[in-house]
Design a protein around this ligand. Sequence first.
Ligand SMILES: *[C@@H]1O[C@H](CO)[C@@H](O)[C@H](O)[C@H]1NC(C)=O
Length: 173
Amino acid sequence: MKSLVLITATMMPILGFVGAEINVAVDSNCAPSGAHLQTGTLNCQCQPNHSVSCNGFQLCGVGKTNAALSLSGTYTATVQCTNPGGNVVEAHSNPTTSSKSGSAASTKNGCMVVSPLAISQPSDADFEAQATCPNGKWSKSVESNTVALSGFTYTFTFAGFPSTCPYITITGC
Ligand SMILES: *[C@@H]1O[C@H](CO)[C@@H](O)[C@H](O)[C@H]1NC(C)=O
């Protein structure tokens, strides 16, 4: 009994950590009744190059209902500001977003194929536009290896349901 308690206690933080990485939620209240996953796995991956890719899958039991999907990631970076005299100061960019959307159409048999969706990190110009240097004479450049992905949200929402009621929500990173 004693060792069982110990195992549970050491397992919990590990499970908690994994759970915090990618969280998949399915809300059947936000779907036509009978909608279900037919093939594939609901999941997204965060790549070392800061891309996020979400799997494709197939749903059935959706009737004639189409759907909209979107994937949005929030990124940060450190930007160097250099003045005409060569002085350098660092500025943190405001959170910078990269996003993509897509759609899925139901077929005659009440199924739908949902394509994979992926985003990649914003361009240097996007980060530079989100950073404030002392004044307009300073030039901006993203410091290498300072780009970070702070998180992403994937949603899959059936037509006719409010945007606050996605059937699938995947978050993480
Ligand atoms: C990032 O890495 C993934 C997986 O290796 C690859 O599929 C994707 O094309 C890469 N994206 C960019 C923008 O390099």
